[in-house]
Design a binder for this molecule. Structure first.
Ligand code: SF4
Length: 608
């Protein structure tokens, strides 16, 4: 049972993980079956894929189920194959890549009596040496965003491969101050950052490969690359036999390659030290509790699988993690306290944090709400917010499929591709019937139905009426994207967009809106409504039960992930199942817009 790259990355988290993992110590110098390896990797790939799809929303924490794996794996496999096929445009020589692990190049090395094993996504050999290319279902954006507003710390070389400015022998200060460059580059070395996550992964790969080669006396020039989806790629809508064809468009391929040779080289000492830690953890196999920390990645999709066990120290309600902005820690005068230090010190509930340490007004209000059990309500702000609303009011919500590979013309990798909308029309304040005032559209299959959807939505929503959404940046961006994809509806869609009003402005706040309404900056910034049951979250799922008996509990499609997976599964459902699932998806989106009506109505009644 060799340690795979994926296992290593998890084992480094903490000694408890290793002990909990039911490790058979005596088998650690033997091989692992390809089936076992493949299973581990697939789970890892899907976790990463889904985190690419959801992290921006941040609402749905995902526990990967078998159905997720089954539905999403083909998308991941396609990315991997494209990365292999397109590589020949950038690298000379022979290639070895396959979606089947059986045909991939593998390396293994025994270090301190432990066998480490990895398979390489794309193995390329030419007269200059070897190129190891790891395909990741993430995008260039994570890397190109590192830098200042004009330049990234990465730039393309003459072949079109992204490299660090320093690896291109460029004068960094011609592009950005050195301090900015260094600060951004440092993120690549942080395995818990969005970009560093993938760099650490390939650094572990390099560690295994180097040890393997060294033990076999192989001395070759090896370079390391990430193959990721190109955020600048816009699909032109060409298909062959129903399959999207990703040609090079305007000089852009759908896959970009990032040279991480120098970065992974600088990480080798760290990975070596990590391997020593893993060895000690294996020797000790100590399953006792350890301090919780960043390495648990508690709020992320890639969280440690033992979080439910270890985070049982936190109370179910009103835990310290419910404090808004707790990630910045707490302050008592000049003394700063990190949240995890406080948790490990036994301060796990909101009430365990002294008033002196609550340096943020919002946190003080949160604590008061927990103590009193009552909500905080700024009646005047809510009343003034509600006065901005005009009728009839159109409650709108989109469901989207952020497919790693663009499916339709005008889309990029991970474009939030709209496949459904729901609309409730509130004719006058408080008058809206869940069934009779509901309209919507759900794409029946995976063909491009965006035009039908846009057409119907534009028929339903007049140019001059207010459109209510919850958290407006998402819906506004989708309306803008659709406006540019369908020029014949551009004017209309842009008008709808201009008429969008965010219900969150009333529940939470919007500083500029309330300043315009005459509130001081201080008051404008403060939230309008807070109930102890919200536990720091203003998501509609948390807010809804405070104003209504409507619930998502027990719904077959009950959250955004379920919605997406259900839609993704359409093509392989049998007719009866399809009909059933289709209906469940309609009900879910209908609930989302009716929930907005219920929240607005509840707020109105609360402050009347
Ligand atoms: S949840 Fe945190 S402390 Fe527990 S095993 Fe995982 S990494 Fe270790």
């Amino acid at each position: 049972m060799a340690i795979t790259k994926t296992k290593f990355i998890n084992y480094v988290r903490c000694p408890r993980y290793v002990a909990l993992d039911d490790l058979k110590k005596e088998k650690l110098d033997s091989m692992i079956t390809i089936e076992e390896y493949k299973k581990e990797e697939e789970l890892e790939h899907i976790t990463e894929l889904l985190s690419g799809m959801f992290d921006s929303e941040g609402n749905d924490l995902i526990d990967i189920k078998n159905e997720h794996l089954e539905t999403m794996l083909p998308y991941y496999n396609k990315v991997e194959i494209l990365a292999g096929e397109i590589a020949s445009k950038y690298f000379d020589g022979s290639f070895k890549f396959s979606k089947s692990t059986y045909n991939q190049e593998s390396f293994d090395a025994v270090i301190d009596n432990i066998r480490y094993l990895c398979y390489v996504d794309i193995y390329n050999e030419n007269e200059d040496g070897i190129n190891i290319i790891e395909a990741k279902a993430t995008t260039t954006k994570k890397y190109l965003d590192l830098g200042n507003k004009d330049y990234s710390i990465f730039m393309k070389d003459e072949k079109g491969i992204y490299k660090l400015l320093e690896d291109l022998d460029l004068n960094i200060e011609d592009y950005m101050p050195l301090s900015v460059y260094e600060r951004n580059k440092a993120k690549l070395f942080d395995r818990y950052s969005a970009s560093g996550h993938y760099v650490y992964d390939i650094a572990v790969q390099r560690f295994i490969i180097e040890n393997d080669m060294r033990s076999h006396g192989v001395d070759k020039n090896v370079k390391y690359y990430l193959a990721v989806l190109n955020s600048n790629y816009v699909f032109d809508g060409r298909y062959e036999n129903g399959e999207a064809i990703y040609d090079r468009i305007n000089g852009e391929d759908i896959i970009s390659y990032i040279d991480v040779t120098s970065i992974t080289r600088d990480l080798m000492d760290k990975v070596y030290l990590d391997s020593q830690r893993v060895k000690k953890y294996i020797d000790d196999l100590d399953g006792s509790r350890v301090p919780l920390g960043e390495y648990c990645e508690y709020k992320k999709t890639v969280k440690c699988k033992y979080c439910p066990l270890c985070f049982d120290v936190l109370p179910e309600k009103h835990s310290i993690l419910g404090y808004i902005n707790n990630n910045f820690g707490f302050k008592d005068g000049s003394q700063k306290y990190e949240t995890y230090d406080l948790i490990n010190d036994g301060k796990v509930s909101m009430l365990d944090i002294s008033d002196e340490m609550l340096n943020r007004e919002k946190n003080r209000i949160q604590k008061e709400c927990v103590i009193s059990g009552n909500p905080y309500i700024n009646i005047n702000k809510i009343k003034d917010g509600i006065k901005q609303i005009t009728y009839p009011l159109y409650h709108l919500d989109f469901e989207t499929f952020p497919c790693p590979l663009p499916r339709y013309k005008g889309e990029r990798p991970y474009t939030q591709s709209v496949f459904q909308f729901s609309l409730h029309i509130e004719k006058e304040p408080g008058v809206c019937d869940k069934e009779n005032d509901h309209y919507g559209y759900l794409a029946p299959d995976h063909l491009d139905h965006r035009l039908d959807l846009v057409k119907y939505m534009c028929e339903l929503i007049p140019d001059d009426k207010m459109v209510l959404v919850y958290n407006d940046s998402f819906e506004k961006t989708r309306l803008m994207e659709l406006a540019y994809i369908f020029p014949e509806y551009r004017e209309k869609l842009l008008k709808i967009r201009d008429n969008v009003f965010d219900l969150m402005n009333i529940v939470k706040t919007k500083t500029s809106l309330y300043e315009e309404l005459g509130y001081s900056k201080e008051e404008a910034k403060m939230f309008n409504y807070y109930h102890p049951d919200m536990d720091g979250s203003f998501s509609i799922k948390k807010v809804l039960p405070l104003f209504s008996n409507l619930t998502y509990k027990g719904m077959e499609v009950g959250n955004g992930v379920d919605a997406l997976i259900t839609y993704a599964s359409f093509p392989k459902l049998l007719p009866l199942d399809y009909k059933h699932k289709y209906q469940k998806l309609v009900e879910y989106c209908q609930q989302d817009t009716y929930a907005m009506f219920a929240v607005l109505d509840g707020l109105r009644k609360t402050v009347k």
